[in-house]
Design a protein around this ligand. Structure first.
Ligand SMILES: *Cc1c(COP(=O)(O)O)cnc(C)c1O
Length: 368
């Protein structure tokens, strides 16, 4: 069976590096924080700095998960009960959930049906006097139209949180992902393009003030030992996860290149298929291809073919956020998001996926 994400093949490929660093951690006696985490933070900042001019002053703060990172970002930006935050309607639940968890109200914006990214036009329509910010999700690995969003944010005095859970390593017009938001976040969930062996996440900011606040919030509101200035949380990355991420970070650029090559093979294969349209990469973007996603008119028939070909797939995402039971908003106009939930389907694309084999298998099922 072809795995959807082949983490076993990845481990086998870098096995020596993993085993050496894992042994170091286990024998060091330092399991939370310590030099592995400090070095990872430094290396992530350097990676961003090396991938675009604007990343030179970025600071990285590791934490327990991407969801924690979003919550901490909202706390650092001072979200209060009753504040409204605009999020895309077609994405993973975390951005909307974190806003609601802190007593805010998520407002759901529609997407562009070609790129599947949040639509700036839709965002602007949702702005009210209560709106405090936008959570821009770089969905499936490419950046949202940040120039347009930033214009809107400046006009209405809003902050932007950049959710790069799927897009660490992407660029837009030569500028690195994780430098566009006032705060950016990523997730190290195992199947993300840069994933560890458990939960993990990080925040990024170029603001010294925000960086200090984020560090305090993630550490029980404390700068030092047992002095608590503000209310915080416990959100830490452990040393073993940091060590694993340091190995994977060294290989990230090669892996992203293979993901992009895999995506190009699929694009080429599907280009003449009727009723099948690959997600468009917007001009100026390079994508991490966290997911290779198609919009398929008759998704059920397509799935039947994949099943017959024994090709795994995932549906990201089967429902709009506004229609989820926990929100159940009725007056949201997001026709593109709704269409995407009916037509989107993702195929295996990681750097250890044999896309030629997958294409061969699908071809066998489509010959009459
Ligand atoms: C995975 C993901 C998150 C949450 O990250 P976790 O580490 O699983 O908490 C947030 N936003 C998006 C867009 C994601 O894909």
């Amino acid at each position: 069976m072809i795995p959807f994400v082949n983490l076993v093949a990845q481990r086998n490929t870098y096995r020596k590096e993993f085993e050496e660093i894992e042994k170091n951690v286990l024998e060091s006696g330092y399991f939370i924080g310590g030099s592995q985490v400090a070095n990872l933070e430094k290396e992530l900042s350097e990676y961003i700095g090396a991938h675009g001019k604007q990343g030179k002053n970025v600071q990285t703060i590791a934490c327990g998960s991407g969801t924690d990172a979003l919550t901490i970002a909202l706390m650092a930006l001072g979200l209060s009960a009753g504040d409204e935050v605009i999020v895309p309607d077609f994405t993973f639940i975390a951005p909307a959930e974190c806003v609601a968890f802190l007593g805010g109200t998520p407002r759901f914006a529609d997407i562009d049906i070609q790129t599947l990214q949040i639509s700036p036009v839709s965002v602007e329509k949702l702005i009210t006097p209560k709106t405090k910010g936008i959570i821009a999700v770089n969905l499936f690995g490419q950046c949202v139209p940040f120039a347009e969003l930033r214009k809107i944010a400046e006009k209405h005095n809003l902050w932007i949180i950049e959710d790069s859970a799927q897009a660490f390593g992407a660029t837009q017009n030569g500028r690195a992902a994780c430098t566009f938001g006032d705060i950016a976040i990523t997730s190290f969930y195992p199947t993300k393009p840069l994933g560890c062996y458990g939960d993990g996440g990080a925040l990024f900011t170029c603001s010294e003030t925000l960086a200090e606040k984020i560090r305090m919030i993630a550490n029980h509101g404390s700068k030092g030992h047992y002095k608590h200035e503000i209310i915080g949380v416990n959100s830490r990355l452990d040393a073993l996860q940091a060590a694993i991420l340091r190995v994977k970070l060294r290989h990230l650029d090669e892996e992203l290149k293979v993901r992009q090559q895999n995506a190009a093979k699929y694009d080429d294969f599907f280009k003449n298929w009727e009723g099948v349209v690959p997600q468009k990469t917007a001009e100026g973007n390079t994508s991490t291809v966290a997911q290779y996603t198609l919009l398929v008119q008759d998704r059920d028939a397509f799935i039947a073919k994949l099943n017959a070909a024994q090709v795994p797939y995932c549906i990201h995402y089967p429902a709009t956020l506004h229609s989820q039971k926990c929100f159940a908003e009725e007056d949201v106009a997001a026709p593109n998001a709704t269409l995407a939930t009916r037509q989107a389907i993702s195929l295996p694309v990681c750097a250890f996926t044999d896309v030629d084999e997958i294409i061969r298998r699908i071809q066998t099922q489509t010959k009459v």
